[in-house]
Design a protein around this ligand. Structure first.
Ligand SMILES: Nc1ncnc2c1ncn2[C@@H]1O[C@H](COP(=O)(O)OP(=O)(O)OP(=O)(O)O)[C@@H](O)[C@H]1O
Ligand SMILES: [Mg+2]
Length: 332
């Protein structure tokens, strides 16, 4: 998956022609920057996109820690994490996924070799009595530009150990991340839905917590529970500093449950609701099962919503003038 000229021009707010000119100038001065002109649309490799950003003075985040988290299971945390990472890696950012969920779904989705990964170091090795340096647990993933630290099922048994060795959830993950902040533009932590020390300390280490929900009653109810436990763990003095957003995933246009859920979210979380939603489609499940990103599907609306999210996380999106929620039939 490589971004097209049109996508890059959208990110920059410039015409396609202007970006074509920049690409042309860059490829004259840097012959090692490849452009794929074979397809109908030009596609640009990560190095080229990054060079365009640099040439235009676009600010790229450094060491930004993002968690898609919820205490509700199965609402898309891992799917959103992996696809956001994949897109940002493809446009030239250095991205790290930390898989802190003992189930290891993210690790299985992005490992180069799922069988071999079992014999390699995991996040568990970075904690414990004689911890490995966290950088030594990093692996390259199958996604260009994306490294990861895999989880291990052993993390389940770690909870007691962690509580003894690292009693303070505020510093447990944040301290481990310190040496990585300079090396990566974006660090995404995939958390388990349980209220574990690892997941709570991941929330507290994040610059941005995005709470996904699906348009059903149980998921909607879990938003407040998740926010309350994060605020509680942060403590009164730190709670106001948390940067929390809510995102609706699996939204189906004109479907009553989606419309009702969006109205509810807009009324209840007007300040923290992300102004667009992620489309629901069987293509997501299919691409997950095949170990692919949604960007490999032909579903343009789906791809647009995931792309928009990745650009939002990378802080590339220009100010949203109006919300997209109107598009799914919700009257504002
Ligand atoms: N936008 C979507 N449209 C359709 N299916 C989706 C969408 N997002 C996620 N799914 C599907 O929902 C299921 C749960 O997704 P995922 O594993 O990402 O959730 P999770 O919150 O990480 O779950 P867990 O709590 O078990 O870690 C998967 O089968 C995934 O393919
Ligand atoms: Mg998950």
């Amino acid at each position: 998956m490589k971004p097209t000229l049109l996508e890059v021009s959208n990110v920059l707010g410039l015409s396609k022609e202007r970006v074509k000119q920049i690409v042309h100038d860059l490829s004259q001065s840097h012959p090692n920057l490849p452009i794929d002109k074979t397809s109908r649309q030009w596609t640009l490799g990560p190095k080229m996109v990054r060079s365009i950003f640099e040439a235009r003075g676009v600010k790229i985040p450094k060491g930004k820690v993002v968690v898609f988290g919820s205490q509700k299971g199965g609402i898309g945390k891992t799917t959103l994490t992996v696809n956001t990472a994949g897109y940002l890696g493809a446009i030239g950012l250095k991205v790290l996924i930390i898989d802190s969920d003992p189930e290891g779904h993210a690790s299985n989705m992005i490992a180069k070799d799922v069988e071999k990964r079992m014999s390699l170091p995991s996040l568990g090795n970075a904690f414990g009595e004689n911890p490995m340096h966290i950088e030594d647990a990093i692996q390259q993933s199958r996604l260009p530009g994306v490294d990861f630290i895999q989880s291990s099922i052993r993390l389940v048994t770690f909870e007691k150990n962690l509580k003894e060795n690292y009693p303070n959830p505020k510093t447990l993950m944040a301290d481990k991340l310190k040496p990585l902040l300079e090396k990566y533009n974006i660090i995404l932590i995939d958390v388990s839905p349980s209220y574990s020390l690892l997941s709570i300390s991941s929330y507290l280490a994040a610059n941005h917590i995005i709470i996904p929900t699906t348009p059903d009653v149980f998921a909607l109810e879990s938003i407040d529970l998740t926010i309350a436990s994060i605020r509680d763990a942060a403590g009164k003095s730190e709670s106001d500093k948390l940067n929390i957003s809510v995102l609706c995933n699996n939204v189906v246009e004109h479907q009553k449950s989606s419309i009702d859920a969006m109205s509810h979210l807009m009324a209840k979380y007007p300040k923290i609701l992300i102004p667009f939603s992620i489309r629901g489609s069987v293509d997501v499940r299919n691409s997950n099962n095949e170990g692919l990103l949604v960007f490999s599907t032909k579903n343009n609306e789906l791809k647009d919503s995931f792309r928009r999210l990745a650009l939002f996380v990378g802080e590339f999106s220009r100010k949203e003038k109006e919300t997209e929620h109107r598009e799914i039939g919700v009257n504002l």
